[in-house]
Design a protein around this ligand. Sequence first.
Ligand SMILES: *Cc1c(COP(=O)(O)O)cnc(C)c1O
Length: 387
Amino acid sequence: MNTYTRLPVAFTRGEGVWLWDEQGKRYLDAVAGVAVNGLGHGHPKLTQAICEQAKTLIHTSNLYQVLKQEQLGAKLAQLSGMDKVFFCNSGAEANEAAIKLARLHGHNKGVEIPTVIVMEQSFHGRTMATLTATGNRKVQAGFEPLVRGFVRVPYNDIDSVNQIAEHNQDIVAILVEPVQGEGGIQVPQPAYLQELRRICDSRGWLLMLDEVQTGIGRTGTLFAFQQTGIVPDVMTLAKGLGSGVPIGACLANGAAAEVFKPGNHGTTFGGNPLACAAALATLSAVEEQDLCKQAAETGAFIREALGKQLAGTSGFVEVRGIGLMIGVELDRPCADLVKLALEKGLIINVTADSVVRLLPPLIMTHDEAQQVVDMLAPLIKDFLARK
Ligand SMILES: *Cc1c(COP(=O)(O)O)cnc(C)c1O
């Protein structure tokens, strides 16, 4: 169906940070399938794990024990310090699980209309509950009636959360991105998650972090929350987890990990051996190749180098981000830049109308990052110089 305005290019092969199209033209990939291909394209360890698992066993269903799923669950619990995991197939599904978990937690406490606090400019997915949670009218328009049980506050604003807490007795959870991705790479003040943690603790609410985009090394640590000293009650993952093999996860800690009982939630495909093998290979490559550290360093380099080259350019607002989540804000809509970059052999993304978004593979080297900067900065300057 006509759900995407697609760019006029079809990639047929990839290796590392490079993609090739049907004509054999080469492109430098600074989007990584929207924060999915953290290991780049054709990573030998990943392709080997997928091939071996495909030959052995692809799917049996969750009616039986699934050994690869148990291994992946244990690994994610160990890496996050959280207790339990539900596996699904996408970010939206992971957030659906989180929202259902919050509602059940609320009903268990006797709250009749359990309500989740969500943020302006957030993005949580395209299912009915997650598009309702999303703070973007374009995502919601035409799909009313929306789902009940959400209230919205500005991002990075603790006072608004406190105000709502004063007169809404139905709040059971906060759902928030540690850094807003689709919203334009918005990085909150350093103490934001800690403050939210404190409010949740004092009110008995669940702190639910949507790490679908920030997770799996993207921000310079395996999970973004690990830079804050707090642990969430619920965390959702997807994008980078399976390196392109669809998998999502909803992790829970403490009492939240005990909310779901058999029959409360389920999935046919979620956590199948193939997807779990891809995720296990992804996590071990991230660990072995020290990709979190590399993401932090490469990201800092790109932000600094772009900032230097663009400084003083009329129409350039700022470069911001964390790790390999990078936003270049301009003073005007700049969706046209995506096509201009593509012609030059560079893959970039634009979000929130006026923010160039870079989400390069975690494996990007310093030299490749330099090439991104050297291609992108002149493109932006030329674009801003046009009438
Ligand atoms: C992409 C994204 C989602 C939705 O994930 P899908 O796999 O497309 O359903 C949810 N939350 C955040 C923060 C995302 O970036």
